[in-house]
Design a protein around this ligand. Structure first.
Ligand SMILES: [Zn+2]
Length: 64
């Protein structure tokens, strides 16, 4: 299996899981390796989450 982000072969993680990771939102399909998941996918996912959360908080504040 090849990582959709860095094109390297996906190897097993430390916990033995070798099926790769969901690369969303960096890439909507395929699988990515553990390294890309940690360095690219998770930070982007967190950034999107907080952006979304902030927007929601602002809307709630305007309502009150
Ligand atoms: Zn990768």
């Amino acid at each position: 299996m090849i990582c959709i982000i860095c094109s390297n072969k996906i190897t097993s993680d430390l916990d033995g899981w070798g099926g790769g990771h969901n690369p969303w939102p960096v890439n909507p399909k395929g699988r990515c390796c553990g390294k890309c998941n940690e360095e690219k996918v998770l930070p982007l996912r967190m950034a999107r989450y907080y952006k979304h959360k902030t927007r929601k908080d602002r809307i709630n504040k305007e309502k009150n």
